[in-house]
Design a protein around this ligand. Structure first.
Ligand code: 13P
Length: 293
């Protein structure tokens, strides 16, 4: 069944876990992710990144809504990293449950203004908004330590930003990195503690792939409630498809789906999300707002 992200987050919060926010590119991949969530009774967020899929993003969102509606566990559909107001508006129109208004490349004030404009559009339609403060590095950025440090979320910026922007969720930059790295990234956990003390809303950790359990669990213990995972799932799907020897397309797709299921089971375990599906609704979600779609 489809559910509001905040309702699923409230359930994961109750057990000190995080919602698996799984990036998907195809419906087969998404089906493998949903199967894992159903097998473990985990709440789930299916998310799509606006880059790379072109116009294919719109039928994918429509298909994800169908998968979410049909699932036996609560699933929300979310637009990942988007800095384009027109794409955000179209995704809301297409029926996503959450959007990430990514103003992290802008100044603090412009970021807050962009998120506020998104909130004003999204909230009356029952859609929740994630913002990012600070900016995540990619593995390829080749930054100096000082330049990397300057991109981290500053805890003192958090209260004013949240009031000005009205964001429901805050993605943090604490040394986490998108993509795979030779060594697991080192999270600045002291900074995370200070951010949580300043942030009344749930925190989001991007770059969930390749983080060791100790750091991941330390982040959960400090208030991270949504963890984005892309590379691990994409790699498992791609590897299984590449290794499949059958000449039958349906067999190749089934191999990708099975590998995605296995990879997602691991993610759900690491995020302590198993069983959270059955808590959704018994914890206190945000007040229901009317949906236009
Ligand atoms: P990874 O590719 O490192 O898992 O990061 C995913 C992510 O943060 C998507 O927003």
């Amino acid at each position: 069944m489809r559910a509001r992200p905040s309702a699923i987050l409230a359930a994961t919060s109750a057990v000190g876990g995080a919602i698996p926010a799984c990036n998907v590119y195809t419906l087969d991949q998404a089906a493998g992710v949903v199967e894992a969530a159903e097998a473990t009774r985990s709440g789930l967020l299916l998310q799509v990144h606006p880059d790379g899929l072109g116009e294919g993003i719109w039928p994918l969102i429509a298909g994800l809504r169908v998968l979410a509606d049909a699932a036996s566990v609560p699933v929300a559909v979310h637009l990942d990293h988007c800095a384009d107001p027109e794409v955000i508006a179209r995704a809301i129109e297409a029926g996503v449950d959450g959007v990430m208004a990514d103003g992290s490349r802008a100044s603090l004030d412009d970021n807050a203004r962009f998120v506020r404009a998104t909130v004003d559009l999204a909230h009356p339609r029952g859609v929740e908004v994630e913002a990012e403060l600070g900016r995540l590095s990619g593995t390829e950025d080749g930054l100096t330590v000082e330049a990397r440090e300057a991109r981290l979320t500053s805890p003192s910026d958090v209260p004013g930003f949240l009031v000005a922007s009205g964001a429901d969720l805050l993605a943090v930059s604490i040394g986490n990195v998108h993509g795979s790295t030779p060594q697991p990234p080192r999270l600045d956990l002291e900074r995370l503690t200070a951010i949580k003390a300043a942030a009344p809303c749930p925190l989001v950790l991007h770059g969930g792939s390749g983080l060791d359990d100790a750091q991941l669990h330390a982040a959960l213990d400090r208030g991270v409630r949504k963890v984005n995972v892309n590379t691990e799932l994409r790699t498992a799907y791609r590897a299984a498809i590449g290794a499949a020897t059958s000449r039958e397309l349906v067999d190749v797709l089934a191999a990708g789906r099975a590998a995605t299921r296995t990879a997602t089971l691991e993610v759900i375990g690491r995020l302590r999300a198993a069983g959270t599906a059955d808590l959704v609704g018994s914890t206190a979600p945000a007040a229901a707002e009317p949906r236009r779609i």
